[in-house]
Design a protein around this ligand. Structure first.
Ligand SMILES: C[S@@+](CC[C@H](N)C(=O)[O-])C[C@H]1O[C@@H](n2cnc3c(N)ncnc32)[C@H](O)[C@@H]1O
Length: 185
């Protein structure tokens, strides 16, 4: 009897570990990027580069644990929204929202391409693989307001030139700022 209980416990543990690993990494990786949070230095430079105004709505597409959302809120944004596809990472962000967020911060679960209000953002943060960056610039960028910005950690989309490059400001090399009015493609 004891042996059967141990075997069942092991099976449950294995399933749990596989689920956690898949939720944390594989789903995000398959959709656009694994969960690798921006470091302190990158966070600081991304917030500074975004030049957040009190009227701004800020989105983080693939928000991870929500750190950029909370930093944008502290920088004085009108509203900040993080969207995360991996369920466990989303739960982590929701828990952190309880401690670090405010009534102006929102954490959503799902694929950010399915949320159409993303297009109304004044600032969008991204830290995503190039192939998904291309899709962001195909599907979201053309619908964004004049003057709106995309602040990208490490990666640039094919065929677009950033308005500003902050060299070695990121955890992974550069930070790029694309601003709607001045874009060259
Ligand atoms: C490299 S992490 C960046 C996390 C956070 N933005 C930061 O800079 O600290 C990328 C995150 O995007 C999420 N992600 C990837 N594709 C997504 C999609 N289509 N919709 C929502 N989240 C996505 C991944 O699950 C992962 O947590």
């Amino acid at each position: 009897m004891m042996i059967i209980q141990w075997i069942l416990l092991c099976i449950v543990l294995v399933i749990l570990v596989v689920y956690i690993v898949m939720s944390l990494g594989m789903l995000g990786a398959a959709r656009g990027a694994p969960f690798i949070p921006s470091g302190k230095k990158a966070l600081h430079h991304m917030i500074k580069a975004a030049d957040i105004q009190p009227t701004d709505t800020v989105f983080d597409l693939g928000c991870g644990d929500g750190r950029l959302v909370f930093a944008a809120d502290r920088a004085g944004a009108h509203k900040t929204v993080g969207i995360e596809i991996s369920y466990l990472v989303y739960l982590l962000a929701r828990i952190r929202n309880f401690f670090y967020g405010s009534e102006r911060t929102e954490i959503r679960h799902g694929n950010f391409f399915n949320f159409h209000d993303v297009r109304e953002a004044d600032v969008i943060f991204v830290f995503l693989l190039p192939v998904i960056m291309d899709k962001v610039f195909e599907e979201i960028w053309p619908h964004m307001r004049p003057g709106a910005k995309v602040v990208s950690h490490a990666f640039t989309p094919k065929g677009f030139t950033p308005n500003r490059v902050l060299k070695n400001a990121g955890t992974f090399k550069n930070i790029y700022v694309f601003q709607k009015e001045n874009i060259q493609s």
